[in-house]
Structures are given as C-alpha cells and as structure tokens.
Ligand binder design. Structure first.
Ligand code: UD1
Length: 420
C-alpha cells in the first residue's frame, strides 16, 4: 500500500486548479443508466471511486469511453445486476439503486457495509423507494427492489441527522421516470444533489425546487442523452484552503465556486486567514498566527462534515481552545489519535473534539483511516517540523485527483512511496 512521505515546513505558494466534484460525479454517472442514449460527462476527476463506478456501469452492460476528463456512457441495454464485488467495495454505488428501478423497475445491490466513520444506514433510501411503490427485501446482505409501477407521492426524507445526500439522489433518480408527481420534503440541498438534478433536467426530466428542501418531480415516460459539466469539488477546494493556511502560504485556487463553501470561508476568516477574490481565482494567505474557532458540522449550507478533519488540523496550530462538534456522523474522529501522534493536544468528549492548539507539530508516522482524515494528516504533515509518513493513502486516491502532484507544484516536499 502506498504512502506519502512529507518533509514539513514549506509554505505552499502558487496556483492550483480544482477538479470536478467526486460526490457530484458518482450519482451523475449512475444517472446515465436512466437512458439508452449516449451521455457525455465533462470535468470528471481521475479517482479510484470514479474508476469503480465506471466498472460497475460496464458490468451492467454500458459502453464507457474516456477522453481526457470527458466520459461518455451509453447504456443501450442493461444486463444483469452488475458486479456485486465492485458494488460491495464502494459505498457510493448505492446510488445505482434509484436509476435501475427507474429504468427497468428492478434492482439488486449489496448493502453498504459498516464504515470507519460510523454505521451508514440506508433506511431513508429504502423508505423513499417503498413510498414510490417498490417492494423491498433485504436478504443475506443484499437489497432486492422490485416495482410493478412507480407512482409519485409525497415523501418526507429527513432523518435523525437531517437530510440524506445519496438518499435524495436515489429518490430523484427513481422519481423522474415514475408516474405522476413526487414531492421530496426535507431533501438534501447540497450542491452535488442540485448538480445531479440539473443533469436530469438536461436529460428531459421535469424537476422544480432544485437546491431547496422541497423538490418536486413530475415523471416523464423516458429520458434522452445529455452533455453535462460537473461542478468543481468544494471539498477539495476547502482542503487546499486549509493546507495553504496551515503552512502560512499564499495560494490561488482556480475553477472554484466559492458560493458553495461560504460556511468554511467564514470560519477561515474568523481564524485570521485572508481569503479574497483575485481575478478569476480565490486567493488564500495567512500572515499572522491562526486564531481558534469553534465549528459545528451541519447539512448544507452549514459547515460540511467532509471538511471537519482538515479544519481540525488547522486548529491544532491556533493558540487557544477550539471546539469542533461533529453532528452528521458518529465516530468521525479517527484522525484525532493520529494528529496527536504529531504533537496535537485534543480531547474527545462525545460529539466534541476540544483542541488545545498552538503546540508545534513534529513529524511522525501516521495511519490514514478514511478519505478526509487522510487529508487532515497531509495538512498537519505539511505544517509539522520534520518528516511525516502517511500510510494507507489509497483512501486519498478515492477522492483527491493527483494530490501529491498538485501539492508539489505549490512547493510542498511530498513524495509517494510504493508499498507492497
Ligand atoms: C454523502 C457524501 C459524504 C458526506 C455525506 C454528508 C457521497 C458519495 N458521499 O454521503 O461524503 O460526508 O453525504 O454530507 O456523496 N442516514 C440515515 N439513514 C439513511 C441515510 C443516511 O440515518 O438512509 C444518516 C447518516 O448516518 C448520517 C446522515 O444521515 O448521519 C447523513 O448521511 P448522508 O447524507 O446520507 O450521507 P451519504 O449520502 O452517504
């Protein structure tokens, strides 16, 4: 398994271009199953999760072609239920359930296993699909879903921790080909869900209330091919913002949509980091010390759970106390023990991580546990004195396109070391 070796202390300087959004492109690729026509998706990041999704589409009989960052998919006929092994390995693959049901009224996927950031239930997905008229059986780790017809209805999709992102995506993708009108209440408002809805509209779907908590879908008989450019990855953008701030750098991000991460910009400014428009880019600089800031993760447009770990890495450098509260996923603090190996002082009390920042970080070998935790360790390693080795970076490859190349171009001393 590959690892990163980071010689910390170099401030990041220069320009970096943000890739297309991982969390937007996965359901959008799944949505190409809703038509037999050719769909072209642009600005597709080169990630292992995307490669998995493309293999799943191929295993369902779709023709997939890649040219640069554009991917064309043609699912003229859908065969079988896809490769279970692949489906089992990637949680995002749950979003083929909605389109398969929409297109041919039948789907079978393996239940997503437990994951390091807590149990990842899909009860809300199943509740929504059942409300549309699907019969669902959960057996031996699989979900079998079948519907004679899908009929629109009103579905309340809010859960214990708020709306569900992929759950909303699944219901949307089933509802576009259902009969009649479906109203999704307490829908997720994340830009990635809105991007999927815009792609569906380009395919001929009728959807209103896009990006709001109440989305109305009027079913149509069939969809056609479409050409769509994926939105920029707001989580990657926020990761580079935190990395630049942590290293006292001066970095300009190109190709971002800052309106998608206002909550993070607000907290960075509170922490004494300067973020300003610079031509077409977004420039982040830090001159003085980082100041502590409290953060609570929330559904969009609140502070994203996917930036919690990276922001915590930054807060370890801020003299004083910052309280970071995780409200979306239980046990999403796997990075805490590893940050402590680098010298951070953090105590966990229920959903709160109390960070006593300001102690200098020093390099150490650390273990990546999930995608965003890995990013936090890279940020801390870049800011630490000495050498940090981040093991198991296959987690990072799931969601960051050529992270080490992008960082190296900004002046970071980072290398990928191949492991067995
Ligand atoms: C998506 C993102 C992930 C992000 C998360 C929250 C993708 C591929 N992944 O994951 O990066 O961290 O949104 O912004 O887009 N829940 C239920 N029942 C369900 C579904 C979810 O109780 O049926 C709970 C979850 O346990 C969690 C909360 O709802 O507490 C939000 O999860 P959800 O929005 O569904 O996350 P994902 O869509 O899986």
């Amino acid at each position: 398994m590959d690892s990163f070796v980071i010689h910390g202390g170099a401030p990041l300087r220069g320009e970096v271009t943000i890739s297309g959004s991982k969390n937007a492109v996965l359901p959008i690729l799944a949505a190409t199953l809703l038509t037999g026509d050719t769909c072209t998706i642009r600005r597709v990041p080169d990630l292992s999760d995307v490669a998995f999704m493309l293999r799943i589409l191929e295993s369902l009989g779709a023709e997939v072609r890649r040219e640069g960052d554009a991917i064309t998919v043609r699912a003229a006929r859908i065969q079988g239920f896809g490769d279970y092994e692949l489906i089992r390995k990637m949680r995002g693959s749950i979003c083929i359930l909605g389109p398969l049901l929409g297109r041919r009224r039948e789907a079978s996927v393996s239940l997503p296993g437990g994951c390091i950031i807590g149990t990842r239930p899909i009860d809300l997905h199943l509740k929504g699909l059942a409300a549309l008229g699907t019969r669902i059986q959960v057996e031996n780790g699989y979900v079998h879903a079948r519907a004679r017809r899908l009929a629109g209805t009103t579905i309340f999709l809010g859960g214990r921790a708020g709306p569900t992102v992929l759950g909303t995506a699944n219901i949307l993708m089933a509802a576009v080909l259902a009969e009649g009108v479906t109203v999704i209440e307490s829908a997720a408002c994340e830009p990635e869900v809105a991007d999927l809805a815009h792609f569906l509209v380009a395919m001929g779907a009728r959807i209103s209330g896009i990006g709001s908590p109440t989305v109305t879908v009027t079913g149509v008989r069939e969809l056609h091919g479409a050409d769509h450019e994926v939105i920029p990855d707001r989580i990657e953008a926020c990761t580079f913002l935190c990395a630049a701030a942590a290293t006292k750098g001066d970095v300009t991000l190109q190709g971002t949509r800052p309106e998608h991460f206002g909550a993070v910009l607000d907290k960075l400014r509170e922490a004494g980091v300067t973020v300003e428009r610079a031509g077409t880019g977004l420039r982040v600089t830090r001159r003085g010390k980082v100041r502590p800031a409290d953060v609570t993760t929330q559904p969009y447009s609140g502070f994203p759970t996917d930036v919690q770990a990276q922001f915590m890495a930054l807060m370890t450098l801020a003299p004083g106390i910052s309280v970071i509260t995780e409200r979306i996923f239980e046990s999403r603090f796997m990075h805490v023990a590893e940050l402590m190996r680098l010298g951070a002082d953090i105590a966990i009390e229920g959903p709160n991580a109390i960070v006593k920042g300001g102690r200098p970080l020093s390099g150490a070998p650390v273990m990546a546990s999930d995608l965003r935790a890995s990013a936090a360790l890279v940020i801390a390693g870049l800011a630490a004195k000495g050498t940090t080795q981040v093991h198991r970076i296959y987690h990072l490859d799931r969601g960051y396109e050529r992270m080490e190349d992008k960082l190296r171009r900004l002046g970071a001393r980072i290398e990928r070391v191949a492991g067995e």
